[in-house]
Write a protein that binds this ligand. Sequence first.
Ligand SMILES: C[S@@+](CC[C@H](N)C(=O)[O-])C[C@H]1O[C@@H](n2cnc3c(N)ncnc32)[C@H](O)[C@@H]1O
Length: 273
Amino acid sequence: MSSEQYEALAPFYRPLAKAREHFEMECSLVCSFLSRLRVGKEAHILDAACGTGDVVDLLHKAGYSNTRGIDGSATMISQASSLTHLSPFSLSICNWSELRNWWNRNGKYDLVFLLGNSIAHAEAPQIPSILKCVHAGLRNGGIFCVDQRNWSMDKEGVLRDSKPERRIPTLRDLTKGRPIQVGGKTFEVHDLCEHMDNIQKVTYRVRELTTLGEEPGWQMWCELSYSVFPLSTMRAWLVEAGFRDVQEWVTAPEEWSYREPWPYAVLVARKAD
Ligand SMILES: C[S@@+](CC[C@H](N)C(=O)[O-])C[C@H]1O[C@@H](n2cnc3c(N)ncnc32)[C@H](O)[C@@H]1O
């Protein structure tokens, strides 16, 4: 997978995240982590898959002014610039394959986030080297927060999600009763989830709702792929990459009424002092 898969989806991403409450959920999750991790306001923080810039914006507003966001998708970064008041310095296009150059040019970080099931967009064999690269970009004692769907292996060796309905081909109306507004127009969004070997493929399709009563056609198709691997594999990769003290923070406060798929399983890993 590459971030190019997001180009067509980018204009719809933030309105959809808002409509499905992912936006608020991710921001709440990050806030709870920051207080639990006791990260100082002067800390150097990187959101390494910042998408439309929600977390970077939230952290700047909360006083964490040394926070930057990178993303491999130019269109997601351009959405982030127009949806937030962040300076161009705070948002950059950078693919994970370029991370080493990023550290060389910009220095190391106290905290790196990779949230929203983003790492699963990389092909599984590439993930260990991405994790090693993140480890190299952290200061000693620095922290990495990465999340993924909570896949686990059953007794027959089959990978299962904690949300079994996503294992079978499912077509869903993501905006049912809550169509989204983009550029002054109203849209509905569907997604179809399929599985092939250890790849989960999600196809999004979008159409404008008109008032004319005629059946609108689908205007946008976008296919995203996610590598499927158990959480224990991610934990092993983190240790192999050099991280110590890998903890599972799947949790969200119980009072949060999360809708599927949140919360993803979150692993918090530390680089040795
Ligand atoms: C599911 S979105 C998550 C965005 C944000 N963290 C959120 O939760 O809303 C995944 C993001 O990862 C980015 N991405 C995927 N592959 C990438 C790569 N190889 N390098 C950099 N960014 C990548 C995509 O462009 C996209 O913005």
